[in-house]
Design a protein around this ligand. Structure first.
Ligand code: MN
Ligand code: MN
Length: 467
């Protein structure tokens, strides 16, 4: 017997708001595209574990797509493609629109730094015939998650002779790896009584890097000496060169498909490459936008956005002002008319930890790209809180573009909270809203996203840039 749509059921269908699993709203053709997109994204993840590596790979893809280096007063016309490399750690890319610049731009801003362990400036020491490296963690981490996992070392060493050594050890299967050791459970009863934030303390995040003496001479610190001997042979560096180095320890494992159904991606550093990569792809695919399309891939978000490669600095506004100068308008007028998606992740509902979420307003895996009106904590502190008018514009855009999307918030009221770069861009007098991928285990060495959410995020960015 045919089930009859009652009047109430019909009314509910018309009037209620509910989100659906993305498969119900994504054609088979698009699901194939989503899988292909994920494969490209996985490659990008594995090649771009630090902000420097991401910048390098992004710039190389931009150059392949005929983006040229921007300089002040350059002559620009619709369709021109330009980029700025900010100190090898952040990138801006833009495609000049057909509309006058005074009508504003469409900006997608994501970050390419992720939580990790940075080496201290004088890191190497020997303790009881083991060589170790002192670290200071970068960004918000649960310290205990960083012990007993394979780590690789990435970064640069600036030598006193002015040359730069690039380091990447632990990614090639033939490379050695490193790790932070943890206490065996047999001897951990006292450790397990520490509060969770101190199960591993900051000064206990020491990375094991060697155990062999240089030779059999009666000499102290032979193991440390042997490590320096190896580093000197391979890179020509001495201990003092660490003082001018930026070396970052990150998980040494690769991004992988997750689940029997391969519907998810597990990786280090989804936050925020999972928005940076779709934003990059969107600008690469953007040929003749109406409004000038801009992608900003920034550094330092995880430490609060301060510093000249972070978005609390003026590098984005300087770029917009220089761009305005090139086209004979005022930068502040361009900013006032511009719109920005602060492309960053949000927390996905985790059925194992339901208590921190308010289930009517949080984001769910596979329910599409997440639009977050406000972030912040304790009474919306630290958020720019997008206006209803701007949320409405994005709402229409996503619905008309068949993008699967949902709303989200960073946990229930007073459960915690956090922020993104949205506020710093909104402070430039730009309409800004957070839009990005829901993530499980955010900031852990292994984070999880859904392939379909990533794909719909890419679709959202494409449609926004063309609007
Ligand atoms: Mn983020
Ligand atoms: Mn983060």
């Amino acid at each position: 017997m045919e089930s009859k749509m009652t009047e109430a059921k019909q009314k509910k269908k018309d009037l209620f708001y509910e989100t659906k699993h993305a498969t119900a709203l994504t054609s088979e053709e698009e699901q194939k595209k989503s899988n292909a997109f994920s494969a490209d994204y996985i490659q990008f993840l594995n090649a771009s574990k630090t902000e420097r590596e991401a910048t390098k790979n992004v710039v190389s893809q931009l150059r392949d797509a005929r983006f040229v280096k921007f300089y002040p007063n350059m002559s620009l016309k619709a369709g021109d493609k330009i980029y700025v490399n900010n100190r090898g750690k952040a990138v801006i890319a833009a495609v000049i629109g057909t509309a006058p610049l005074i009508e504003g731009t469409r900006i997608c801003a994501a970050h390419i730094d992720s939580p990790r362990l940075d080496l201290k400036q004088n890191p190497l020491y020997e303790d009881h015939e083991l060589a170790l490296l002192k670290t200071h963690y970068y960004g918000g981490i649960k310290k205990y998650q960083w012990t007993a996992i394979p780590l690789s070392l990435h970064g640069v060493v600036m030598k006193t002779d002015g040359s730069t050594i690039e380091v990447c050890i632990g990614e090639d299967p033939k490379d050695p790896i490193f790790c932070v050791t943890d206490l065996l459970p047999h001897l951990a009863p006292q450790q397990m009584k520490r509060p969770a934030g101190e199960i591993i303390r900051g000064e206990e995040l020491n990375i094991l890097v060697g155990s062999m003496p240089f030779n059999q001479d009666e000499e102290s610190e032979q193991v440390k000496l042997n490590i320096l001997h190896i580093l000197h042979e391979k890179y020509g560096i001495c201990e003092a060169d660490f003082l001018s180095a930026e070396l970052e320890a990150v998980p040494a494992f690769s991004a992988r498909e997750l689940g029997f159904d391969r519907s998810m991606i597990a990786s280090y550093g989804h936050d925020d490459r999972v928005c940076a990569y779709p934003a990059l792809r969107a600008v690469l695919d953007c040929d003749a936008p109406v409004h000038t399309a801009i992608v900003v891939l920034t550094d330092k978000e995880e430490t609060g956005s301060d510093g000249n490669t972070g978005l609390c600095s003026s590098y984005l506004s300087y770029f917009l002002e220089d761009l305005a100068d090139c086209l004979g308008v005022k930068g502040r007028h361009v900013m006032h008319a511009s719109q920005c998606l602060s492309a960053d992740v949000n927390a996905a509902f985790d059925p194992t930890f339901p208590d921190v979420m308010e289930q009517k307003n949080c984001a769910y895996l596979n329910h599409g790209v997440c639009v977050t009106k406000f972030t912040g904590a304790r009474g919306k502190s630290g958020t720019s809180d997008a206006s209803a008018e701007f949320v409405g514009k994005i709402h229409n855009l996503l619905c008309n573009g068949n993008v699967v999307w949902q709303t989200g918030e960073l946990g229930k009221v007073d459960a915690g909270g956090g922020g993104t770069v949205a506020a710093y861009i909104a402070n430039l007098d730009i309409d800004t809203i957070d839009v990005g991928v829901p993530v499980l285990s955010m900031h852990a060495p292994l984070e999880v996203v859904s392939k379909l959410d990533v794909y719909h995020t890419y679709k959202a960015f494409c449609i926004f840039m063309k609007s």
